[in-house]
Design a protein around this ligand. Structure first.
Ligand SMILES: [Cu+2]
Length: 119
């Protein structure tokens, strides 16, 4: 059972590595998670995904415009979900538990002014 899980993980890892060209990863430390990121359009997608691009230990980041869900794959010894969310909020986007500043949000292109969640 454990072996099967490991094999699946490795397969996923290979898939994600090939898409973003990031360096060697340890399958045992790789976690795949998803969380909500508020946004609108294709430009949002670029900005949101760009926030997690080319960072050591982050293997993939894929945001779905329809569902607003961000799927990430990363090395849990180097990163955690909270930190990833903070990186995304830093470029202008809210998540369920991190917020962008009003200044950063205001600087987004007009088409990207998504409806911010309450609270
Ligand atoms: Cu946008």
């Amino acid at each position: 059972m454990k072996k099967l899980k490991l094999t699946t993980g490795l397969f996923l890892a290979l898939l994600t590595v090939s898409s973003c060209g990031n360096n060697a990863e340890n399958a045992e430390n790789t976690v795949n998670e998803s969380f909500k990121v508020y946004g609108n359009c294709g430009m949002c997608e670029k900005t949101i995904e760009g926030a997690l691009k080319d960072i050591d230990g982050i293997y993939s980041a894929d945001w779905d415009r329809q569902t607003k869900m961000m799927a990430v794959s990363y090395d849990k010894t180097k990163h955690n979900q909270r930190e990833l969310k903070e990186k995304i909020s830093k470029v202008g986007y809210d998540t369920e538990d991190t917020k962008s500043t009003a200044e950063t949000y205001d600087q987004l292109p007009a088409c990207c002014h998504y409806d911010r969640p309450e609270k």
